[in-house]
Design a protein around this ligand. Structure first.
Ligand SMILES: Cc1cc2nc3c(=O)[nH]c(=O)nc-3n(C[C@H](O)[C@H](O)[C@H](O)COP(=O)(O)O)c2cc1C
Length: 362
């Protein structure tokens, strides 16, 4: 995992990626990233690939307080310092493009608007974090076909802004029960038009977003994150294997920078999809404990994955690749200051070594 990885435009110092992690520290009104964000990402630039926290692509895409945006040029401008800082350390950074769909609340959206989704299906029995604390979910309203087209365009515009301020690429967030997966899953997409009704229909939005972003910035700058069979956020995918095989078969010829597969359901998606995906595969697992670097190394050794994404361990071990290379002890996952606030719990986790770079491996 600690050796360099090259494929197409990707030239990574090692096969470790920092998984995308929302930290809720952007200016809540402007959506401009935190003044500490450049330091946070620079400290972690020893990762072969940094994937930013989810970044909203339009005003209705925002999921909660302190989430940054790439919906306007002013928001994009705030990321320039981040990309410069990471590049000064020799790192590579992709921006994660996010639309939360129904996973938000009128208090988080402009003018108290209702959240949007493929269909008007509410989350029951769980609450969502807002600036006024945890509140019940509201029933979202279904997007019109015209709005779907505009949303696809918003992903492409956000990608253009990201590349314009120096990101090496973008990762489209198709995982964890947010808008793209709400279209894919059969319990959240009850549409009977071209965007629902069949596997092809339910995959149409994901494909249109990928194709629009590819047309805007080029396939070799685009990754897609998926979490097949992930029941998080009340999704139910009764046919995950069939659906995601169809998605990957449709995506494979496009030549994307990577496919990022998050495993957390019964379906062993990483191993199954690897056989159909000819490009770079980034793998991440999701469970109560942080995913293990050793398990990641096994995935690489067994040929199931090319790059391993780690989340929580990167939060508390900014120099994680160097620690792994040196056999230095690892700090445990974070217990406080995960979302919101300033530098505390964000940029004050110390490095174990003076030199965060991984020693060269022959
Ligand atoms: C605080 C926190 C914020 C997260 N935010 C995002 C996000 O913005 N986008 C995303 O795709 N996944 C997000 N995730 C999921 C992580 O990318 C990752 O899949 C998860 O933490 C499992 O990996 P780990 O065990 O290495 O931490 C988040 C996870 C955590 C802990």
């Amino acid at each position: 995992m600690l050796r360099p990885y090259r494929a197409g435009r990707l030239e990574l110092a090692n096969r470790l990626a920092m998984a995308p992690m929302t930290r809720g520290r952007a200016d809540d009104v402007t959506g401009v990233p935190s003044p500490h964000a450049a330091t946070y990402y620079r400290q972690r630039a020893g990762a072969g690939l940094l994937i930013t926290e989810g970044v909203y692509v339009n005003a209705l895409a925002k999921g909660g307080p302190g989430i940054p945006g790439l919906a306007t040029d002013a928001q994009a401008g705030g990321w320039r310092e981040v990309t410069d800082a990471v590049h000064a350390e020799g790192g590579t950074i992709f921006a994660q493009l996010w639309h939360v769909g129904r996973m938000t609340h009128p208090l988080t959206l402009p003018d108290g608007e209702l959240p949007v989704a493929p269909s008007a299906v509410a989350i029951e029995g769980s609450r969502i974090f807002t600036r006024d604390g945890l509140l019940d979910h509201v029933t979202p309203r279904a997007l019109t076909v015209g709005e779907i087209t505009r949303t696809v365009g918003d992903f492409a515009s956000a990608a253009r802004r990201a590349i314009g301020v120096g990101f090496d690429g973008v990762e489209i967030h198709g995982a964890n029960g947010y808008l793209i997966q709400q279209f894919i899953a059969d319990n959240t997409n009850l549409r009977t038009d071209a965007y629902g009704g069949s596997v092809t229909g339910r995959l149409r939005f994901a494909m249109e977003v990928v194709e629009a972003v590819v047309a805007e910035v080029g396939a070799d700058r685009v990754g897609l994150r998926i979490s097949p069979d992930n029941a998080e956020n009340q999704l139910a995918e009764t046919d995950a294997r069939t659906t995601y095989r169809a998605l990957v078969d449709a995506l494979d010829p496009l030549g994307l920078a990577y496919l990022h597969v998050l495993r957390n359901g019964a379906y062993a998606a990483i191993a199954d999809l690897r056989t159909r995906w000819s490009g770079t595969l980034v793998a991440n697992t999701n469970g109560p404990a942080p995913s293990s670097p050793d398990a990641g190394a096994r995935l690489v050794r067994d040929g199931h994955a090319d790059v391993i994404a780690l989340g929580r361990l990167f939060m508390t071990n900014p120099d994680l690749p160097a620690r792994l290379a040196n056999g230095a002890p690892l700090a445990g996952p974070p217990t406080e200051n995960v979302y919101g606030g300033g530098a505390e719990g964000y940029t004050d986790y110390p490095a174990a070594t003076d030199d965060p770079r991984v020693p060269a491996v022959a």
